[in-house]
Design a protein. Structure first.
Length: 464
């Protein structure tokens, strides 16, 4: 497997080089040169594997044998040893037609752990093997930061700086990041929203002199390895559900703001997994819903919602999907992304929109529907959803046809978003690791949403 850029100016590179490059040097996003095609016989064999065994089998399609077999197996074992459930991503049945894929059993109680625990191990592995310095830079709408920090805190040869929007993440999300006292961690609390943080990150990575001088490495889903790790749980979930009910195709409903998690589902489908609809669940920040329904990609006014991890207007992974749906034409993608930068809008043809709608459905879940879904599911099943997972369930119930089987992704533990749970009149018991956060000292630096100020703070930290 070799990797290329969506914008066509990065030649074929290997797995480790793609991992370390993060954002492609031409400003695009790295993707596999060919999407692996999995024969039905292989799918049948995989259906009998445990989670970490399945991780290994899928990863070998992407790693080019650049990591020795036993090293890769050890990296995988170390990555998932911190999860609280033996299945890593277990399935829970809500009804005969609706299942939950629980992705919150990792150390920070969020789906980001599935990819970022592996990426932390891989960064440490590369740093030791190559004797290089690695400075990780990322932005978070809440969960990525905590998961990334947990993956590399205290590790030799690695420093990590995370930007989060000041006052726009949940209290638990903030505490998970800012109570970490390891000296290789810097939290910057940025005046602005997540889109501001993400834009600054991408601009700093696009400055190749700055990137090289500071040994920058990406932890956000601009790094394809995030997508690679998330592909696995689509296969695993399908095998758990279809194996029990004999279904041919299964829908997936995915709460998403940055288009990374649902793009992993799209990749799984392209690889041969029998997926029906990919249902995209958004909140009031519904740029992606509008694209699926109208073929127009244009940010609106930023809204703070009960599901803050989805409070995103500019989805960083959208370019990857655009590349595929518009015929894998890198010159066209480069032109469109430059147009978007200047005009703030992309529109696709009716033919392309038909292709989009053949694969995706979408529903924007407003605040009242989100809270009512939490209350209703708790009353009917005694299962407590976090607000992001509630958006996924609401979208599944809106978009799936009667008789279809849908797996909805439960992306976070409800304890991370008690602000929304309290509004439903529900009192929950915090898991002990989360309860303990409230008694710890915080360490963060508030900073203006200015690229130069942030660049200066980053350089001082990385070189200190």
């Amino acid at each position: 497997m070799e990797y290329i850029s969506t914008r066509g100016k990065v030649g074929s590179i290997g797995f480790i080089d793609a991992f370390m490059m993060g954002l492609a040097n031409d400003g695009g996003l790295l993707i596999p040169k060919q999407i692996p095609q999995i024969p039905i016989e292989t799918l049948q064999t995989w259906s009998k594997l445990g989670y970490t065994e399945l991780v290994y089998e899928i990863f070998t399609y992407f790693t080019n044998d650049e990591i020795p077999q036993e090293d890769l197996k050890q990296l995988i074992a170390d990555s998932y040893s911190t999860f609280r459930h033996p299945e890593v991503t277990p399935i829970t049945k809500l009804s005969d037609e609706l299942y939950l894929l629980e992705l919150f059993h990792g150390p920070t109680f969020a789906f980001k752990d599935v990819a970022l625990q592996f990426m932390g191990q891989l960064y440490s592995y590369v740093a030791k093997k190559k004797g290089v310095r690695i400075n990780i830079l990322g932005a978070t709408s809440g969960d990525t930061g905590a998961s990334a920090i947990e993956g590399v805190r205290g590790k030799d040869g690695i420093k990590i700086c995370i930007l989060h929007p000041h006052g726009k993440v949940s209290k638990v999300q903030e505490l998970q990041m800012t109570t970490v006292q390891d000296d290789n961690v810097l939290n910057l609390s940025v005046d602005g929203n997540f889109d501001d943080c993400q834009r600054i990150i991408k601009e700093l990575f696009a400055n190749l002199d700055f990137k090289s001088a500071n040994d920058l490495a990406a932890i956000n889903s601009i790094n394809f390895i995030r997508i690679m790790a998330q592909i696995v749980y689509y296969f695993y979930a399908y095998f758990q559900v279809a194996g029990n009910i004999g279904a041919d195709k299964v829908n997936f409903s995915v709460p998403t703001g940055n288009f990374g998690d649902i793009f992993a589902g799209y990749m799984a489908k392209r690889m041969g997994l029998p997926i029906g609809k990919l249902i995209l669940a958004t909140n009031e920040n519904n740029i992606l819903e509008r694209f699926i329904k109208e073929g127009v990609y244009m940010p609106g006014d930023f809204r703070m919602t009960y599901s803050p991890s989805m409070d995103i207007q500019v989805a960083s992974n959208f370019e990857r999907y655009l590349y595929y749906v518009l015929g894998e034409d890198p010159e066209l993608i480069a032109k469109l992304m430059e147009q978007f930068k200047v005009e703030g809008e992309i529109s696709i043809s009716s033919e392309a929109l038909a292709a989009v709608q053949s694969e995706f459905a979408a529903h924007g879940v407003l605040g009242a529907e989100c809270l009512s879904t939490i209350s209703r599911v708790k009353t009917e099943t005694n299962y407590l959803l976090d607000p992001h997972s509630a958006c996924g369930v609401a979208a599944a119930q809106q978009c799936a046809e009667k008789g279809e089987i849908t797996i909805s992704l439960a992306t976070a533990h409800p304890a991370k978003f008690n602000e929304a749970i309290e509004l439903c009149g529900i009192e929950q018991q915090y898991p002990e690791p989360i309860q303990a956060l409230f008694n710890k000292e915080q360490r963060q630096t508030r900073i203006a949403g200015d690229k130069q100020a942030i660049a200066s703070a980053i350089e001082a930290f990385y070189r200190g």
